[in-house]
Design a protein around this ligand. Sequence first.
Ligand code: SF4
Length: 159
Amino acid sequence: MEMSANNLFLAKIDEAARWAQSSSVWPLTMGLACCAIEMMVVPAPQYDISRIGSEVFRSSPRQADLMIVSGRVSNKMAPIVRRLYDQMAEPKWVISMGACASSGGVFDNYAILQGIDQIIPVDVYVPGCPPTPDGLIYAINLIQQQIRTGGRGGIFARA
Ligand code: SF4
């Protein structure tokens, strides 16, 4: 089927919007446990996450479009994580950083949520205890790819 000039124009606008959005994914400032230490170093010169437009960590969920769940989530904390997720505007993405966030990790006990996908949808899982900063940057790259292609959900980052 031949594409009309109008449709071609709209497709190009959509492509440009996706490119702009994928180049400015702003994470919510939220550290939950030891994995957060690895997350905190990504804006440092050694990793320089501003190269991919994600150095702007926001304190308000209203201004963020990426939640990085960096560490184990206690059952007591789970409703707060869910509330912060609900307060983020659409479209929004979630990275589950580390074994604890993805499955409870070493904390197989009554106090810790056994995977944050029980309370919020996850777009990229990053394995490791803790994952490296490079692993987290790779996960953000995968989020960018998802935004550009329109795909969602459940990818494992194997950095
Ligand atoms: S995965 Fe390892 S580093 Fe991350 S929160 Fe769990 S115990 Fe800590």
